[in-house]
Design a protein around this ligand. Structure first.
Ligand code: FES
Length: 837
């Protein structure tokens, strides 16, 4: 069939029922339309058909025959420049779909209203069919409004990030876009059972590999069993669907009831995966419970004694409660993906969607018995990760093993259902908290007992974070894992902290309420962190805080509430980070083994070099996202910028000292901080630096007491991380953190079938992440003092900017209604039940 594609006639060799997105991508090699959800929910595959935006994943090729199809690559519209200038993106995976839709809206708006600013609601309605998991909605609003005013008609404005134009034109190449000659497509065959020994796997394909653990036991529905490859994905899927797996069933533990069947026996426990980003807390096992780990404290007995005495006397200043959080799924818009190839010398080549290029190479070398220099990893662009794309994960194992048996490159891309089932989740939690205030209004004791539920994974570390805030009052902190036959939890942006703050920050708020004290003033009194003091002072002067309603004072259907929450996060870095610079003609090329997952690493490096060397952007090129160069940090633990920027500055200074002669090469190092680090040596490339970053979030909500809907209206985020390297990008990170925190607070909840253990929320309609219409107006305030001891003067912003958001929403709901939510997400049914008593 024939179409006009981006203004050029094209003959298609496609079945009439083939999805247009597949025809464009696989048949014609375009990359702008992304197949991210395949259910028409996320909008990443949007193209124009005869000038009308359409989701090309739901559009059969027959429907575009003879018509004009325009993708982001063929678009030449001012809104693309507007997205680049206003930074309407982070990872950029959703961006081509957004710009296609936005272009149509901008044209319509200007036809009807001239060059004017549309109301926010009109922009939200126009883009309601698109999702951005990074939460870049504030930049998107700004970009669309500017384009409607005609501000970028002449291509004016400098892009906010180095690769912005590649992202708005669909040219940026992600792992899912990689297509090598002779490439096969691989599909993972997964367990239908929650717990069973696999007796036999029969697959009618020549190219299959086994993915079972040595004991051949599957411990959750969705666990990889095998993988199969074929020349096309359709063929591979058909082979996978025809696979016959013979199981020997084992009773499954699908809840945390005492006496549930064991998930592990004594010998297999040590192979349990970890949901922790660091070392697992120690603790013995009792059935399916690991722990509790009790944080050693000489004063924990005092805390217990004081709290028990307060309970006996029914002390009104003892705040107690049980708070729960649902499982939150990372679901980056680019699914986990790997293209693996073995070359003739036995070297392994990986295109991998990863947050850890260097670590992935090290793990691959170990797993496949190679020296690390024989593993070559390429990660040009990464469509989000949030903690789920660290090291070698299942899709990479499948691709590498299949590439060996196929003797050809193999690509494995997870489907959205796989992504939502077995590609990372923040474990659910149940937290019992008791917080005692004495007659002087000081914190007298704190007890926190957390049971983390990370499926087959262990590594819950939640209560330990309560050690780090509000002084040195006695406290009893306990963490346990309750293991079940459900998919494993993995680290997720600020692992452990959001559930802790959900309980702690509401308990602190309740204490202030009972004392009749301003919650900000009480926090300032209890909190020894000077940087947060500056944030409390900022918040205390905000009109929204000064004018907040009295708690529970309102009647009527719609009630407004304002809530606050503080947050604390560790400063982590990779002290071995290096950046190499090479002069090539009149261009300085920078390289290090780091990746840009949307945080703007390329841009940070380029700006530091520009400042130090006095060069314009066109004379600096940043080549990252691949091995074969000097050591760089993984993008986990908010450590990328604080590690790489000082190393880039050091390299630039060396180069400047030596002169920019053609061919000159220098290597700069991330020099140490004054007073060194808390950890004497780096463990797994990570050192713990001195000092804690801080945040204080204030959220204003409107509660519809008839429908139970909570609408976040505005959020103010005070962030204390020291020097901000690239202001617009750091602001975008914080805004995205707020959006993800709102998702955690109000919408996101993975559901598992209580009988079979199968994940039920396997698409982006059933697993709801925030859309543009859910996004409040946001103000981000950076407090940049207090980090002079740090080389570079600034630490990471990614995690501290999200971890307290849900608690601020909870406190806002309490302020509006007088009812305190305890369970996340705060669904309409929960709210209605709560306020009706
Ligand atoms: Fe939208 Fe990452 S920028 S999904």
């Amino acid at each position: 069939m024939k179409i006009m594609l981006n203004g050029v006639p094209v003959l298609l060799d496609a079945g009439r029922d083939d999805a247009t997105v597949d025809v464009l991508r696989d048949g014609l090699g375009l990359t702008g339309a992304k197949a991210a959800c395949r259910t028409g929910v996320c909008g990443a595959c949007t193209v124009m058909v005869d000038g009308t935006p359409q989701a090309s994943c739901l559009l059969p090729a027959a429907a575009v025959e003879g018509r004009q199809v325009t993708t982001a690559e063929g678009l030449d519209h001012p809104v693309q420049r507007a997205f680049a200038v206003h930074d309407g993106m982070q990872c950029g995976y959703c961006t081509p779909g957004f710009v296609v839709e936005a272009a149509a809206f901008v044209d319509r708006w200007r036809d009807e209203h001239g060059d004017t600013t549309p109301p926010r609601e009109r922009i939200a309605a126009a883009l309601a069919g698109h999702l951005c998991r990074c939460g870049a909605y504030a930049g998107i609003y700004a970009a669309v409004a500017a384009a409607c005013r005609g501000e970028h008609d002449d291509g004016a404005g400098a892009p906010a990030r180095v690769e912005a134009m590649d992202k708005v034109t669909g040219r940026a190449r992600y792992t899912t876009d990689v297509r090598l000659d002779g490439q096969f497509e691989g599909v993972i065959i997964r367990s239908a059972r929650a717990h069973a020994r696999v007796v036999e796997v029969k697959v009618d394909g020549a190219h299959t590999v086994d993915l079972l653990p040595p004991d051949r036991v599957v411990r959750y529905a969705g666990q990889p069993v095998a993988a199969v490859a074929a020349p096309t994905r359709g063929q591979a899927l058909a082979l996978a669907e025809g696979a016959r797996i013979v199981y020997d069933p084992i009773p499954a533990a699908l809840d945390d009831a005492p006496g549930a069947p064991p998930v592990y026996d004594e010998s297999s426990r040590r192979h349990a995966p970890s949901s922790s980003e660091g070392l697992n807390l120690p603790g013995g096992w009792n059935g399916n419970v690991k722990g509790p780990f009790t944080m050693a404290s000489r004063r924990s007995r005092t805390a217990r004694r004081r709290i028990e005495a307060a309970r006996r006397r029914a002390d009104p200043l003892l705040v107690t409660g049980t708070f729960t959080t649902a499982v939150q799924v990372h679901t980056p818009l680019e699914p986990h993906a790997c293209v693996a190839r073995w070359d003739d010398r036995g070297d392994l080549h990986l295109h991998l969607s990863t947050q850890t290029v260097g670590l992935a190479a090290e793990q691959a070398a170990k797993r496949w018995d190679l020296t690390v220099d024989r593993v070559h990893v390429v990660t040009d662009h990464v469509g989000g990760g949030f903690g789920a794309k660290a090291g070698i994960t299942a899709e990479a194992v499948a691709a590498v093993e299949l590439a060996r048996v196929c003797g050809a490159p193999v690509r494995v891309v997870l489907s959205r259902a796989e992504e939502l089932t077995d590609a990372g989740n923040r474990p659910g939690t149940r937290t019992d908290i008791a917080l005692l205030t004495d007659a002087r209004g000081d914190l007298a004791a704190l007890a926190v007992d957390v049971r983390g539920r990370g499926g087959v994974a262990v590594g819950s570390a939640v209560a330990v974070f309560a050690r780090l805030m509000y002084g040195t009052a006695p406290r009893l902190l306990r963490d346990s894992d309750v293991v079940t036959n459900e998919p494993p939890g993995t680290p997720f942006r600020g692992p452990g902290a959001p559930p802790m703050l959900w309980a702690l920050e509401q308990a602190v708020d309740e204490a202030a309420h009972r004392l009749g004290e301003d919650p900000v003033a009480l926090r300032r009194r209890w909190d020894g962190n000077r940087k947060r003091h500056a944030l409390y002072d900022w918040v205390a002067g905000l009109p929204v805080w000064l004018d907040r309603p009295a708690t529970g004072s309102q009647t009527g259907r719609f009630r407004r509430g304002v809530g606050v929450a503080a947050a604390n996060w560790a400063y982590m870095l990779d002290p071995a980070t290096e950046v190499e610079l090479e002069v090539r003609g009149d261009v300085v090329v920078a390289r290090t083994t780091v990746q840009d997952i949307g945080t703007g690493t390329r841009t940070v490096i380029a700006e530091v070099l520009g400042e130090e060397l006095g060069l314009p952007p066109e004379r600096i090129r940043v080549e990252i996202g691949r091995t074969g160069t000097v050591h760089g940090p993984p993008s986990i633990g908010s450590r990328t910028t604080t590690s790489v920027a000082p190393a880039a500055r050091d390299a630039a200074r060396r180069l400047r000292a030596q002169g920019l002669a053609d061919g000159r090469r220098v290597v700069g190092r991330r020099r140490g901080d004054r007073r060194g680090y808390i950890t004497p040596v780096a463990v797994a490339g990570m050192a713990l630096g001195r000092g804690f970053s801080g945040a204080v979030h204030v959220t204003e909500v409107e509660v519809d007491t008839r429908l139970g809907v909570i609408r976040p209206l505005r959020v103010w985020a005070g962030i204390a991380v020291g020097h901000i390297y690239t202001e617009r990008l750091a602001r975008g990170q914080c805004e995205g953190g707020i959006v993800q925190g709102i998702g955690y607070a109000l919408h996101e909840e993975r559901h598992v079938d209580p009988v079979t253990g199968a994940v039920l929320t396997t698409n982006l309609e059933d697993y709801r992440i925030p859309g543009i219409g859910d996004t409040p107006e946001m103000v981000v305030h950076f407090h940049q003092d207090g980090w002079d001891h740090v080389n570079g003067g600034g630490v990471g912003v990614g995690e501290v900017s999200t971890i307290g958001v849900a608690a601020s929403v909870g406190n806002a709901v309490h302020n509006a209604t007088g009812w305190r939510p305890r369970d996340l997400p705060i669904r309409p049914d929960r709210l209605l039940e709560g306020i009706r008593g």
